[in-house]
Design a protein around this ligand. Structure first.
Ligand SMILES: [Zn+2]
Length: 106
């Protein structure tokens, strides 16, 4: 069974000032991006051989090059809070109590 492309976990949200449910992108998009760069480098090395095949190799190269755009977009996605949609820094730990919650009614 395939794993979902989005993961839900709990993390500290700076806007809600609480530990909330966070919608995080699939964590392996950076590896996919490195794999795409490796594929492009290999394609450039064997380009004289690939360019002689108009039927399969050139359309495949074009498809791989075009696939870079969504891979880059997914790799640059940041985790967001499910409640307020604020971008969450995963390296920032929950340190509630460092600043008091503001009460607007007082
Ligand atoms: Zn939030």
């Amino acid at each position: 069974m395939m794993k979902p492309i989005v993961e839900y976990r709990r993390a500290y949200c700076w806007r809600c000032d609480e530990v909330m449910e966070v919608r995080a992108p699939w964590p392996h998009w950076q590896k996919v991006k490195i794999g795409w760069f490796t594929t492009i480098a290999v394609m450039m090395l064997v380009f004289p051989i690939l360019s002689s095949d108009f039927c399969v190799a050139i359309p495949s190269m074009m498809a791989i090059i075009i696939a870079g755009s969504p891979i880059f977009r997914y790799a640059s996605e940041k985790p967001t809070c499910c409640t307020c949609s604020a971008v969450i820094d995963p390296k920032r730990h929950a340190v509630t109590g460092a600043r008091e919650k503001q009460n607007s009614n007082v």
